[in-house]
Ligand binder design. Structure first.
Ligand SMILES: CC(=O)SCCNC(=O)CCNC(=O)[C@H](O)C(C)(C)COP(=O)(O)OP(=O)(O)OC[C@H]1O[C@@H](n2cnc3c(N)ncnc32)[C@H](O)[C@@H]1OP(=O)(O)O
Length: 415
């Protein structure tokens, strides 16, 4: 998945592809080129322009074969929470290459230009969700977060007696569109403190609420709303009687008791025999609060991929959980300004990262620094896998300790 191969750009060959930006008037053409490779309907895509992955026209790049558009890539300008707090991150999206032109270096040409553009804009980090896990490691996007989906059946959908509720809290069930301002405020506050989440503008809320989450259970205390669960219900009957489903898209809460109230609400719906959670952080409290964890059927899958576009800036614009001194020989085929040997010196007061002419403690590709940047994955495991070379024993473990982030990274929203 993140193995090193000789990238095409290093092979001696002329690329015929012209890469350029687009005008707003070209948007329908761009959607046409992107939709078919993604197996989407261009017609449907065009009706949702405001929320579309290609909505930031000035961040779209296309590849041309002569005059003909044959490839696209784009980026959202996201305010994403990184270990150092909310930062502007390039959210790569809208990648497609026309089916007759695949495997001829078009994505490589688009990525090379896009990374240079992101660097020129001063964004130190890029992130994405990949359609297929084998595509983007070569371009330096390291898998940085794993998220859970989980399901549980009645009668096991109950919380442990240790789960602390609060009788003062009330839960109201509202059409989610009606609750939108409350959801937006609660999400804004929660997203600012969870690494991997990004702030949602109006168009994002339009997209989320128009799709698969018609209901919002909003929990409130004496001073107002404290959390919500966004969900959908699906009617179902079997020979044994009712077999309806609740699918929870998102749970946000400001306090532990509010979260308990939301789980109790979705667990207690009449006629419902199955409850599914489509996206949870790997350390979600549900895993600790459910009465019988064995009955919670969990599946973990990779989500956010992170790319250090400006390596020294990304590494100095973040906190470290422990002091660390480490020298790293870094290869970066697609952002060559990151190539070289860097010394990272960090403690709880700050960090410096400078080029040095000295032997390295670790040799690695930039993809590996992306993988560990959110504090959820381990360099020591990459050393054990033979993907990162450790020249000074213990160097990877020391850097792992320093990069540690207490709560699991979680994005939750595909972009
Ligand atoms: C962030 C997002 O938007 S994710 C959405 C990505 N888009 C899609 O999945 C839509 C369908 N797929 C496509 O449009 C295209 O096949 C793309 C974009 C995945 C690849 O575009 P191409 O122009 O074919 O890629 P390109 O020819 O530059 O390939 C570069 C390298 O990646 C490899 N590669 C490309 N696609 C894949 C893949 N799906 N799986 C594994 N390797 C891949 C190529 O083999 C090549 O390897 P090499 O350098 O060792 O020879």
């Amino acid at each position: 998945m993140e193995t090193q191969r000789i990238p095409r750009s290093e092979q001696p060959r002329d690329t015929p592809w012209t890469i350029r930006g687009v005008t707003p008037e070209e948007f329908p053409d761009v959607v046409g080129v992107y939709a078919e490779p993604m197996i989407l309907s261009a017609e449907d895509e065009l009706t949702t322009e405001r929320e579309h992955p290609l909505a930031e026209h000035d961040r779209i790049l296309v590849a041309l074969d002569g005059e003909r558009m044959v490839g696209t890539t784009a980026a959202y300008t996201l305010e994403m929470t990184l270990p150092g707090g909310p930062r502007t991150v390039a959210g790569i999206t809208g990648v497609g290459v026309w089916p007759t032109h695949r495997r001829r270096g078009i994505l490589t040409a688009l990525m090379t230009r896009q990374l240079a553009d992101i660097h020129a804009r001063g964004e130190a980090v890029a992130a994405m969700w990949a359609s297929e896990g084998a595509i983007y490691g070569r371009y330096g996007f390291g898998l940085a977060a794993f998220e859970l989906s989980a399901r549980i059946r009645a009668p096991y959908a109950v919380l442990s007696p240790a789960a602390q509720g609060d009788p003062e809290l009330t839960v109201e069930l509202l059409p989610s569109a009606q609750a939108r301002p409350t959801l937006a405020r609660l999400h804004r506050e929660a997203a600012a403190t969870r690494v991997g989440q990004f702030q949602r503008g109006d168009s994002w809320w339009g997209r989320i609420l128009s799709s698969d989450a018609p209901w919002a259970a909003v929990v409130s205390g004496p001073d107002g709303p404290l959390g919500y669960a966004l969900y959908a219900t699906t009617n179902g009957w079997s020979e044994d009687g009712t077999d309806s489903l609740v699918t929870v898209k998102e749970v946000v809460s400001a306090t532990p008791a509010a979260r308990v109230a939301l789980y109790q609400h979705v667990f207690s719906r009449d006629l419902v025999t199955r409850i599914a959670f489509s996206a949870l952080p790997a350390d979600d409290p549900l895993t600790l609060l459910v009465a019988d964890r064995n009955r919670l059927v969990e599946a973990s899958s990779g989500s956010l991929r992170v790319r250090l576009v400006d390596l020294p800036r990304a590494l100095t614009d973040r906190p470290y959980a422990a002091p660390v001194e480490v020298t790293m020989a870094v290869t970066d085929h697609y952002a060559p300004w990151n190539n070289g040997t860097w010394h990272l010196s960090a403690d709880r007061d700050g960090a410096t990262c400078e080029r040095v002419p000295r032997p390295a403690d670790l040799s690695l590709d930039v993809v590996h620094l992306g993988s560990v940047h959110l504090g959820q994955r381990s360099l020591s495991a990459l050393v054990e896998a033979g993907l990162v070379q450790e020249r000074t024993p213990g160097a990877a473990a020391r850097l792992d300790t320093a990069l540690h982030v207490p709560r699991a990274a979680f994005c939750g929203q595909l972009f």
